[in-house]
Design a protein around this ligand. Sequence first.
Ligand code: GN1
Ligand code: CA
Length: 261
Amino acid sequence: MSVAFNSNSGEAGGEYLNLMDVDDDLRIQSKYGGGSQTSVCVQWRKRWTGAAAVCLGLLCLLLLALIIGLVIYYTTAAGHHDAEMQDMQTKYENLTNQWSQLQSSYNSLTAERDELKINSSNLAKEKAALQDEVHMIRKPCRQGWIKFNNTCYYISTESKNWDKSRRDCQDRRADLAIINSKEEHNFLSRFQDTIWIGLSDKHAEGKWQWVDGTFLEGGGFWQDGEPNNADGAEDCVEVSRGGGGWNDVPCSNRLSWACEE
Ligand code: GN1
Ligand code: CA
């Protein structure tokens, strides 16, 4: 145990000498025989102790500096890491945006391509139709046939019932005329008093059907009061000369007829 003690007065306070140091000094004195050698040893011991304390302090400072350096290093590194993460996040968002834009561009281009395909297909059809029209314009009608709006018609001079009239047209690689416009109706009204056209309701009463299987659309060009199916036996349609309009009459009537190629 070490107790502070005043070597001169024997009281506490004033100049102190550590009792342990005194004890050590006495032991050193007894080892070296006392005298001036004793004070040299004490001085050396004190110097070594001081040097050790200084070294320890320096080591502590070094350690502290090392710790501070490491903290700074890792703080800076973490800062860099955060910045890199932020940078990568921004790049990722930019790439995501670019990808979305590319995706929408791709979708637009696909839609445009599909539209162009449809347009191209429509143009091909229009081209084919125009070529047919040109062909029809250039193509002359057979002898005895009349051309109207690029279509050839045959108007008979004989008279036959509706079925035989149709057969005659088919034998001529045509069929009874189908009227699609007022102009065509007017054209076919120029010739005989009355002519057969390719319209009948012989398959179902009141359901007027053309010879190509299509049903009459719109009102047609009937005379006033027609079709009236007089006597319940009028299933075939005649066209009267002079734009008089259509009339349903018995199919057994013998009339001229109009074929259309
Ligand atoms: C009548 O009048 P006429 O003969 O032109 C009739 C038609 C019949 C036709 C039969 C207004 O026409 O509906 O189909 O007899 N017209 C009227 O021959 O009743
Ligand atoms: Ca009638």
